[in-house]
Write a protein that binds this ligand. Sequence first.
Ligand code: BGC
Length: 376
Amino acid sequence: MSHRKTKILSLFSLLIVVAMVLGACAPAAATPAAPAAGKLAVGIVLPTKDEPRWIQDETRFKDALKAAGYDVEILFSQGSSAIEKQNVESLLTKGIKVLIICPQDGTAAAAAADEANKAGAKVISYDRLIRETASVDYYVTFDSVAVGAQQAQYLVDHAKGQGNPLYLYAGAASDNNAFVFFQGAWGVLQPKIADGTFVIKNSSEAVGLQAKATLTRDEEAKIIGQVTTNWDFNTAKNLAEANLTAAKAADKGNVFILAPNDGTARAIADAFGADKDVKSYLVTGQDAEKASVQYIIDGKQSMTVFKDVRTLVKDAIAAAVALLKDTAPAAKGSYNNGKADVPAIQSAVVTVDKANVKAGLIDSGYYKATDFTGLP
Ligand code: BGC
């Protein structure tokens, strides 16, 4: 055998040995296989498919990720913290390095965040803040105080004189945002309740606290406990109907309604619209859901707060990319979640009513004109 042939053979056997060693090691590896190079090792968990708001987020995530060629999985928790935890566990088993999660219940989700943290994955709280854990690395959100403040400002701007009947509704007490929205609204409404412009008709807790310019979380919880919609269409409808049954004709007339989001706004609007003693109503919302945009065009909902989900998605993906590179995502301030100050970025929100619905939602390219009828 020539010298050259021996060299080639020994190189060949070395390769075989290396291959054998690698082969033997692979099945024994304790951690799941690393995701393919160049792909985003990210899992996304959203609260429910039953509300158009979260379908908007899913669609916008898919659009953004497809355009960027990233590989992710999006799972829905269907209103259950138990399913949410299973979703997180399944994504961790698949080897995700970053979890983007909008919690169903802000406090219950702490356990899932802790599990992700233990598995070495970074946690981005998406839109809703996960509370009472140090395992949240980052928070992407809208300016939720401004959401409530803009809803309240709309009511204030359209109220004349004194003694206008005011009906208050709130989101789910398990969602930190419900508190933040209410806080924003209360800051604007309270002085107008104190000066007699508005009279609260459906919450004895709110009446009891109406002299206070700012409320503690416990005080907010008392009011929210009385006027919660639980972010649910039927709960909102039943509560509005019960409030209307309990109210005298004199407590109706031209009414002002703080409704926390579009889904509940439509339910509450339907209930008030059907009451013979309600002459007119103004009702707020948020999310610019298509059905509510149509309600606004039709004069059945007064306004919505447009939260451009494309921005939230873009911020979340930028944060995920930074965390994958082991760098800190760009933060502008922080939110305290009861255990830690979570670095955060928040984006602005816009009031939309009939007057600017076309400019704000159609001309901006957010929705197609053909999605609606009777656009102004
Ligand atoms: C979100 C809203 C949404 C609500 C109900 C909140 O946390 O910020 O956009 O309407 O949850 O799902």
